[in-house]
Design a binder for this molecule. Structure first.
Ligand code: G6P
Length: 606
């Protein structure tokens, strides 16, 4: 997804905004550009990676203390230099970087063309600088306000202009934007990690906010011009936490962060052996009165939701429906004030998840976000936020955020069950103990990396992978298949193992690898039959099984043993070798692991 950065201060602005862009690379992009103010507006743009932009701008700009920059992930108009941001007006005096979608851009463009404006790109964004130019009569801020009032859709926008060379302007509607507060200098960014090397004090803009930023301060108003106040967020993450820290890729670093991630997610939430989360504001009478729960999310977060669906329904004894946000928002689900809608999201900015949240709120549901990014839209708009404490996740493919979501799901399930009276303290105690053992168990599992490396080597000639499982293992199979396909580009799909014989078995030959997740004690024999079905058709079989499984090695070609835990907690352990397997297959294939093609970390448009 696109990234915006900006700087105003005493330092040389261009190297700073490009460095900031680097810290947003994880959002995914296909082109990039910079605009700097100094005796006019200078702009440089390129397709492809930031390396190219860095070479282009090196020494090419006159010295400047005010700049904006952008990485673009194409939505309207293909990836190309003309479509890359910043976009300018006809006079070349106004430049804009934008994230989001301007829904009425075609009608605005027609009107602007009638007024004589000439467009150079296919983007929706380009209407913005032309609108500002159209309305400019000496007061840039007034023109910016008027332009935004004509726009329908979502935006985070940064504007620089030689009409007012001592300031930057930004505005936000449905797309994230923060301002890092320095001493006599300010940093604009789409996301907090991009300002962390420079400052820990951050203003998180809310929808409808417009800020005018000068070296001596920030003036914050709403679109009508009335002053608004936002609290400064002091960010405690270490900037180094967002760096690779010695690993070749963020993905492997983040896989290795996972024991700490589980500990951080649990920390402070278990009091005297019981889960307690009073800050969620969930009252016993309301939780007892719940008639159903929806769990709604996208991508990996949805796969964490699948685990929630199984464990919560069993424990809470009410229907728990898990849905993809892109489906949920359009299917008119049955929701009333006795419904709890739980939205799971790493970024808290996924457009479909936010739309589902707003829909649920409109229907009167209580909403709860399981979310990683503090200050994100989901965290702010949901009735309560359960933070997953994974820290910044940089690799586009999610690993530690998933583990933290699973941990949060277990904690919330236990807490809700206690409030509903379906879990006694005696029954809760061993589950809490098992949960607290998980960090050490994951750390022990990471010691088996060498086994995974060998298996990945053996799989390099395979291009079709089927991930099979039942119950919780089926949820893990879906996440395992997603990891492999998104970073290694190998065809992989997950199947409920009992469904194989209803179609997919027709595809099974000696060219196929079957990855069988076999951790659920109560389904062990059923899954064993399914493994034998694919083995009988010559598939190569890798099993992920418990250390205690007595005979998995008899009917699989390879078996990775994972530590024993409760059935419901096994997804935390089973996913780790699958993450490593995806990593090594992708690495062997020479793929760009942290930034897979066509994918974005945070999908803030529909
Ligand atoms: C993108 C990312 C995935 C992520 C999904 C949902 O597709 O590449 O890793 O799971 O969005 O994102 P969210 O921030 O809502 O968890």
């Amino acid at each position: 997804m696109c990234g915006i950065t900006g700087y105003i201060g005493e330092r040389s602005a261009v190297p700073i905004v490009v460095d900031q862009l680097r810290r947003l690379e994880y959002r995914g992009y296909d082109s990039a550009g910079v605009a700097a103010l100094s005796n006019g507006v200078n702009v440089m743009k390129t397709e492809g990676k930031l390396k190219i932009l860095e070479q282009l701008v090196d020494g090419a700009f006159p010295e400047s203390q005010v700049a904006i920059a952008h990485t673009r992930w194409a939505t309207h108009g293909r990836p190309s230099v003309p479509n890359a941001h910043p976009h300018g007006d006809d006079s070349g005096k106004i430049v804009v970087c934008h994230n989001g979608i301007i829904e009425n851009y075609l009608e605005l463009r027609d009107w602007l063309q009638e007024q004589g404006h000439v467009f150079k790109s296919e983007t929706d964004t380009e209407v913005l600088p032309h609108l500002v130019e159209e309305y400019f009569e000496g007061d840039l801020e007034a023109a910016f306000r008027q332009a935004l009032s004509k726009v329908r859709g979502s935006y985070a926008v940064a504007l620089a202009s030689s009409h007012a060379p001592d300031q930057l302007m930004v505005a936000r509607q449905d797309s994230p934007l923060v301002i890092g507060l320095g001493e006599g200098e300010y940093f604009i960014a789409s996301d907090i990690p991009a300002v962390l090397p420079y400052t820990r004090d951050v203003l998180v803009l809310e929808d409808g906010d417009l800020a005018v930023i000068r070296r001596d301060g920030v003036t914050l108003t709403n679109l009508d011009g009335s002053p608004v106040e936002r609290q400064t967020l002091h960010v405690t993450w270490d900037a180094a936490a967002a760096e690779k820290g010695g690993y070749a890729h963020f993905m492997r670093k983040e896989i290795y962060d996972q024991p700490a991630t589980i500990r951080d997610t649990i920390r402070g939430r278990i009091i005297d052996g019981h889960v307690d989360m009073p800050d969620l504001g969930l009252h016993e009478d309301k939780v007892r009165a719940l008639n159903r729960i929806y769990v709604v999310a996208c991508g990996t977060a949805y796969h964490a939701g699948l685990v929630a669906g199984q464990t919560w329904e069993r424990r809470l004894r009410i229907p728990v429906v898990v849905d993809l946000a892109s489906e949920f928002r359009y299917r008119d689900p049955v929701i009333d004030e006795r419904t709890l809608v739980v939205l799971v999201s790493q970024s808290g900015e996924t457009a479909d998840t936010l739309a589902a949240l707003r829909d649920a709120k409109r229907h009167g549901a209580r909403t709860l976000g399981i979310v990683n990014v503090v200050g994100s839209t989901l965290a702010r708009e949901a009735d309560s936020a359960l933070y997953t404490q994974a820290g910044p996740e940089i690799c586009v493919a999610s690993t530690k955020a998933y583990i933290s979501q699973l941990t949060a799901v277990y904690l919330l399930g236990l807490y809700l069950a206690r409030l509903r009276g379906t879990l006694t303290p005696e029954a809760e105690a061993p589950i809490v103990e098992a949960l607290q053992r998980l960090p050490d168990q994951v750390a022990a599992l990471l010691q088996k990396e060498d086994e995974v490396v060998k298996i990945a080597d053996a799989f390099m000639d395979c291009h079709d992978f089927f991930f099979l499982g039942r119950g919780m293992d089926y949820a893990v199979a879906q996440e395992g298949a997603l990891k492999l396909k998104e970073i290694s580009y190998r065809h992989s799909e997950a199947l409920a193992a009992g469904e194989m014989k209803h179609g997919t078995l027709a595809l099974v030959t000696g060219d196929v690898c079957a990855i069988c997740i076999a951790t659920q004690e109560h389904l062990r024999e059923k899954l064993a039959s399914n493994i034998k079905e694919v083995k009988a058709r010559d598939a190569r079989v890798l099993a992920i099984a418990r250390e205690s499984d007595p005979d998995i090695h008899k009917y699989s070609d390879w078996a990775i043993r994972v530590p024993d835990s409760l059935d419901e907690l096994m997804p935390v352990l089973a996913i780790v070798p699958l993450q490593l397997l995806a990593y090594y297959v992708a690495r062997n294939a020479g793929c760009e692991i942290d930034q897979p093609r066509n994918l974005a970390k945070s999908v803030t448009v529909e």
